[in-house]
Ligand binder design. Structure first.
Ligand SMILES: Cc1cc2nc3c(=O)[nH]c(=O)nc-3n(C[C@H](O)[C@H](O)[C@H](O)COP(=O)(O)OP(=O)(O)OC[C@H]3O[C@@H](n4cnc5c(N)ncnc54)[C@H](O)[C@@H]3O)c2cc1C
Length: 346
């Protein structure tokens, strides 16, 4: 169990375990981790999800699933790195099969200056020459003259890990209710609101930031880890999925439209083609997009009003942050520990 840091101070516990039932609303990545850690700690937990087990209505369904705190440091506040690194431990502990093969960052010669900037803004990497890159990813032989390797990063496949989290919750004694549309105020006991963008009725500052993705399929390329391609506008990447599939992601657009534009599709497909021309022959399986729930500062927030707790604003870091945020909520409920950087008390 995480012992806390100078970022934390104490309050009275809300409900030492077993004293009060815990309801979690929303079975996306935030709610699934909250419910799991509370159930594992011995609480009486019910997880409510208004859609069905396919989870296609959640933002989490569309995500890349990268667990990349060091790469994200380029554009994120230190709190994301701090919580992200803690989350990696929790992923490892709870899902030991999670691939931690690292991430590789590459660039084409015209984006060299941005590549060097990325190297300076981030830590936890080592520079690989072309031969070392080929050893790591044989499919990339001859494609790039060097790259940045972040060996401790991992990735999960959202459409596989969400059902696993849900099953793990039930195995830990929790209850999971699909097609259960509930509001936090209607619940007794402790209510943990993880409704993502739907929580805008009570969290007025939330906005959606569109992320577009494309799923392609080919057996011509094999990758063991996410490859990030430096790009002047988006952090574009190719993530290997099971069954010869690859996810191309992701744009970041201040829009709540949920379509995929021609321009975005061209950019995502060009990025894949730039990583390897064999992607040009790949079959397109799916275009899609999700709306990332974000506060104005793009930082996550745990808003506490006694037994009503809202966990939101996970923006582009839901998979990276959800375990650590769940651990913080549990620490607050059981021991009254407050993390000053992410918690706000009424
Ligand atoms: C293209 C794309 C790529 C991304 N890549 C990454 C990545 O590589 N790594 C990473 O860490 N993050 C990534 N993200 C960000 C990540 O997907 C989000 O931060 C995360 O999904 C937010 O999770 P959430 O649980 O808060 O919301 P959601 O996943 O939207 O879950 C909220 C759930 O609440 C349910 N709900 C709403 N109202 C109610 C109600 N009244 N009753 C019951 N249920 C309700 C909804 O149906 C939904 O299932 C990406 C996002 C996108 C769009």
């Amino acid at each position: 169990m995480y012992q806390g840091s100078e970022k934390q101070r104490g309050r009275s516990p809300v409900a030492p375990r077993g004293e009060s039932p815990v309801s979690v609303i929303g079975a996306g990545i935030a709610g699934a981790w909250q419910a799991l850690l509370f159930a594992q700690a011995g609480h009486d937990v019910t997880l409510h999800e208004r859609s069905d087990a396919a989870m296609t209505q959640s933002t989490s369904y569309w995500a890349g699933g990268m667990l990349a705190p060091w790469c994200e440091a380029e554009t994120s506040e230190p709190v994301i790195v701090r919580l992200g690194i803690r989350s990696l431990d929790l992923w490892r502990e709870n899902f030991p099969q999670t691939p931690f093969n690292g991430s590789l960052v590459v660039a084409h010669p015209r984006d060299r200056a941005d590549f060097e900037r990325f190297a300076k803004m981030t830590s936890g990497h080592r520079r690989l020459d072309a031969a070392a890159m080929t050893e790591l990813e044989p499919s990339l032989e001859g494609r790039f003259r060097d790259g940045l390797f972040y060996p401790d990063e991992g990735h999960v496949e959202p459409r596989r890990i969400l059902p696993e989290l849900h099953a793990r919750l039930v195995a830990a004694g929790g209850t999971l209710k699909f097609n259960s549309d509930v509001e936090p105020d209607a619940l007794d006991g402790i209510a943990i609101d993880c409704r993502g963008l739907a929580a805008r009725d009570t969290q007025k500052q939330l906005r959606g930031v569109k992320g577009e993705m494309i799923l392609i399929e080919t057996d011509e390329v094999e990758l063991a880890r996410p490859i990030r391609l430096i790009h002047p506008r988006w952090p574009l990447y190719v993530i290997p999925r099971g069954g010869n599939r690859f996810m191309l992601g992701a744009t970041s657009i201040e829009s709540e439209d949920n379509g995929v534009s021609v321009r975005s599709a061209l950019e995502l497909l060009s990025a894949a083609y730039a990583v390897h021309p064999a992607f040009g022959e790949a079959r397109i399986v799916e275009f899609g997009s999700g709306l990332r729930p974000a506060f104005p500062d793009n930082l996550p927030r745990i808003a506490i009003d006694n037994g009503k707790i809202a966990v939101n604003g996970l923006y582009r870091h839901g998979f990276l942050l959800a375990p650590a945020l769940a651990e913080l909520t549990l620490g607050y409920v059981e021991r009254g520990v407050i993390d000053n950087e992410v918690m706000q008390c009424a």
